[in-house]
Design a protein around this ligand. Structure first.
Ligand SMILES: O=C(O)C1=C[C@@H](OP(=O)(O)O)[C@@H](O)[C@H](O)C1
Ligand SMILES: C=C(OP(=O)(O)O)C(=O)O
Length: 428
């Protein structure tokens, strides 16, 4: 259904608490399901993607009950999971797919897994290959690269693995598969990626060590049930951080946002481009830094975004591209070829949407070049069923001269079910 967004032509103000972090919510429910005992996960993101992970464990006999904003997970221990009698559906969620393949490959059960149209085109070889090196039995379309996959779980062997891609999902699949393998696993990661799996494993009592660029896990340590408080998702907050930075005279505060160094590239870029950012009430919970973030609009300048910062802001690139249309000068984004294999090819989707809205932007093989500053106009755009493209298009309407029609915004429920409630709160 096409939705119309009118130009707002007013500054945005207020304070919001965005939903729980998607990456951390997935990991919390996975480890709570594998642990023995009851874990409470507060501020769990009940977006569609994380619910796919919850449903997978429910199908394997884990009791997971929603209680207000918390999940109560009663795990029976790693080997108590039952063989699922139906195929496990992972919907649109790359994180569910990659991490669960790691878990399922190491359990003594048979499973089949599938996803929606988008997920069925995304490469799984990046996890299937290292898991096969660990002795996993996985088959599927395109010699095991594409869902559906069939997994004959069994006891695996530890490996030493040098990461060929910058992917936390791959690292996490290996770490999860390594928990009950024969022998230790060492992962060498030259460019750091988000480290929530390592932090969450530590919170559940597993000693994961990092020595330089090598991450090591020794198998056979018991997972101890625990209570987790999920920080606000910086990837969701980023949409409103950018809104406040580009709409003149705006000032907003986002409460209790996850500020883990491996995720906070968006804050570095906003500061580099000239936005005013203040962080207060900082604390650290099981390795995750959390704080309130206040953003005020300021004149913005272009920048270059490349190299090690890319994994620290990979999911924020759609909204960063919009930010760059409102900055003076030429912004270049490089080394972001991973964007092509997200929910859609995000390089072409971003370029197409912003070009239709009058931006001066061109796509490259591994990123994009944006010449600012441009006045955005209205128009009809497609989100390609990608939640982050849909949210970027809605935020663009705050700055556009005419209405923006978006073909479908339902996908926003994948990561940010209360997006429109927060949007209305800030513009009223
Ligand atoms: O591990 C995770 O939770 C995620 C890792 C990233 O993907 P890659 O591992 O493919 O880089 C990111 O884009 C995705 O939204 C979530
Ligand atoms: C890429 C994303 O998620 P996933 O890989 O889990 O589908 C995202 O949320 O932007």
């Amino acid at each position: 259904m096409v939705n119309y967004f009118q130009p707002v032509n007013q500054s945005i103000h207020g304070e919001i608490e965005v939903p729980g972090d998607k990456s951390i919510s997935h990991r919390a429910v996975i480890l709570a399901s594998l642990a023995e005992g009851t874990s409470r996960i507060r501020h769990f993101l009940d977006g569609e993607d994380c619910m796919r992970t919850v449903e997978a464990f429910r199908s394997m006999g884990v009791s997971i009950i929603k209680n207000n904003n918390a999940l109560i997970v009663k795990g029976g221990g790693y080997y108590s999971l039952k063989e699922p009698i139906k195929p496990l559906y992972f919907g649109n969620s790359g994180t569910t797919a990659r991490l669960m393949i790691g878990v399922l490959a190491s359990l003594p059960i048979f499973s089949t897994v599938y996803g929606d149209e988008s997920l069925s085109t995304r490469p799984m070889k990046r996890v299937v290959n290292p898991l096969k090196e660990m002795n996993a039995h996985i088959i599927g379309r395109d010699t095991g690269n594409l869902l559906p996959l069939a997994i004959h779980g069994q006891r695996l062997q530890g490996i030493q693995y040098v990461m060929p891609v910058k992917s936390a999902q791959v690292k996490s699949a290996i770490l999860l598969a390594a928990l009950h393998a024969d022998g230790p696993t060492h992962i060498i990661e030259q460019t750091p990626t988000r480290n929530h799996t390592e932090n969450m494993l530590n919170a559940f009592g597993i000693n994961v060590t990092k020595n330089g660029d090598q991450i090591t896990v020794i198998p056979g340590q018991p997972l101890r049930a625990t209570d987790i408080n999920v920080p606000g998702d910086i990837s969701s907050a980023a949409f409103f951080m950018v809104a406040a930075a580009i709409v003149p005279n705006s000032k907003i505060t986002l409460k209790s946002i996850g500020l883990n160094e491996t995720r906070s590239g968006i804050i570095d870029i906003l500061i580099k481009m000239g936005a005013s950012i203040q962080i207060s009430n900082e604390k650290k919970l099981y390795g995750e830094r959390i704080g309130d973030v206040t953003v005020c609009s300021q004149p913005l300048q272009s920048t270059i975004i490349e190299g090690e910062i890319i994994p620290r802001l990979i999911d924020e690139i759609p909204i960063i591209a919009l930010l760059a249309t409102q900055a003076e000068g030429t912004t270049i984004i490089r080394d972001a070829e991973e964007l092509k294999i997200k929910e859609t090819d995000r390089i072409s989707a971003i370029v197409e949407v912003l070009q239709k809205l009058g931006a001066n932007i061109e796509g490259t093989n591994d990123g994009m070049i944006i010449h600012g500053k441009t006045t955005l106009k209205g128009g009809q755009v497609s989100s390609y069923g990608d939640h982050r493209i849909a949210m970027m298009s809605v935020i663009a309407s705050l700055m556009a001269s005419d209405p923006i029609a978006i073909d479908d915004t339902d996908s926003i429920a994948i990561s940010y079910p209360s997006f429109f409630a927060d949007y209305k709160k800030l513009i009223s």
